[in-house]
Design a protein around this ligand. Structure first.
Ligand code: SF4
Length: 417
């Protein structure tokens, strides 16, 4: 849009509504979420002051230009903003001061009115993870932190324990057919679960999408093909080393598996370069499964883990989030929001890296969800709430805080800060 500039004392700087800025001291980053352009200014008090004024709703999202007449940094800022379609100057006529309308993030049912009598957990819950069994067998012990980093297998220092299937069924029956709701059944190895036949014959009655998470090798590979026959279901296999690749080769020959392989996720839990090479060899054989590589941190492989999980500044800046992602990430943690995890003893956690928020046997779903929302430990854990990300110029670009970071209690898997 063109503006006439009758009087330079009445000119104001504004940022376009799809443009975002981040400030850290006198450093400023401006990001155009439509064309991906990034402007960065280091140690510039004048630019920092102008941009904070242009981001101030009280001032109509406008910075008055006449406060820094002839400042070359500001002249260059204006030229950069124009050239990158991030902002421009607007002129005011007479006594009327213009104002810019900038959108505000809004999320359905957010912020939640947790004290309202009509508060319903159903408005927030999206996925319930049940751990049907937990064990300290060899695979579980070798991957004892798998549930903290992804979901399976699940370790239990005390030995084998199970959840009653009735607990799953009763908890989920109120959500039968509810759109947007999903359940996940995981554990140490659900093919060894004593009620697996009951699961196979009844779980579809809930009319909910369900994902089964199980390790390979598992104790009864035939169960996998029976799980694959269940309507509205996916099967997520976690391939452990050393036995997983051989078990996968065998299961891939099963006719039912071949028919349903498009409903399978293969998650390779990799601890070293050698395991990575084994995976690449295995993947030479064509298949229709979705493949994910999960570096697994076992406490002794920090070099390998760092190389494969940490992001460089260039990688972070190339992520180019959309306007919607930036809005949502400013309020909630998209990866963690709406999920709860129920252990064999009924303990409920909003994340496997934080303590229980209650017990499914003694608390209602409303109480549990209310607790997480009031405490804000996981669902609202944005980069603004963790150190050093809250002070970082690139925090708009980074994906939400994830399980690896929560597990290691380190929030800068990057070479930035
Ligand atoms: S310090 Fe945090 S916000 Fe900044 S780049 Fe690293 S991970 Fe992202």
């Amino acid at each position: 849009m063109k503006h006439s500039l009758p009087n330079k004392n009445e000119r104001f700087l504004y940022l376009e509504p799809y443009t975002f800025s981040v400030m850290a001291g006198n450093d400023v980053l401006i990001y155009n979420s439509l064309n991906g352009r990034i402007l960065e200014y280091r140690d510039s008090p004048a630019v920092a002051r102008f941009i904070s004024e242009a981001e101030d709703p009280g001032g109509g999202f406008l910075a008055a230009m006449d406060t820094e007449p002839g400042n070359p940094e500001i002249a260059s800022l204006v030229a950069d903003l124009r050239e990158s379609f991030c902002g421009d100057l607007v002129s005011a006529s007479g006594k009327l001061r213009p104002s810019v309308i900038r959108p505000k993030p809004v999320i359905k049912n957010y912020p939640p009115d947790k004290d309202s009598p009509s508060f319903s957990a159903d408005d927030y819950l999206r996925n319930i993870y049940f751990f049907l069994n937990q064990d300290n067998n060899e695979v579980c012990t070798d991957y004892r932190f798998a549930a903290n980093q992804f979901f399976c297998p699940v370790f239990n220092q005390q030995g084998y324990s199970e959840m009653q299937f009735e607990t799953v069924f009763n908890t989920c029956s109120r959500y039968t057919g509810v759109s947007g709701m999903e359940i996940s059944l995981s554990g140490s190895d659900i093919t060894a679960y004593s009620e697996i036949k009951n699961v196979i014959s009844r779980i579809h009655k809930l009319l909910l999408p369900v994902t089964f998470h199980l390790p390979l090798p598992c104790s009864d590979p035939d169960v996998v093909s029976r799980l694959l026959r269940i309507p509205k279901s996916r099967t997520s296999l976690y391939i452990s080393f050393p036995g997983g690749p051989k078990a996968l080769k065998a299961i891939r020959r099963n006719p039912e598996y071949i028919k349903k392989q498009h409903l399978v996720d293969l998650n390779f839990m990799i601890r070293s370069l050698d395991e990575y090479k084994a995976v690449t060899e295995l993947l030479q054989e064509p298949g229709k499964e979705k493949v994910f590589l999960f570096p697994y941190f076992d406490g002794g492989n920090s070099g390998f883990f760092k190389e494969n999980v940490f992001l460089s500044k260039d990688e972070i800046l190339s992520l180019k989030p959309t306007q919607k992602q930036i809005y949502s990430r400013s309020l909630i943690n998209e990866q963690l929001y709406g999920k709860i995890f129920i252990l064999t003893g009924g303990e409920v956690c909003a994340n496997m890296n934080t303590g229980p928020i209650g017990n499914i046997n003694t608390h209602s779903m409303e109480e549990l969800v209310r607790h997480e929302i009031a405490g804000g430990q996981c669902w609202e854990m944005t980069r603004m709430k963790v150190t050093p990300c809250s002070e970082c110029l690139y925090r708009l670009f980074c994906p939400p805080v994830g399980n690896y970071e929560l597990f290691m209690k380190k929030f800068n898997f990057c070479d930035v800060l």
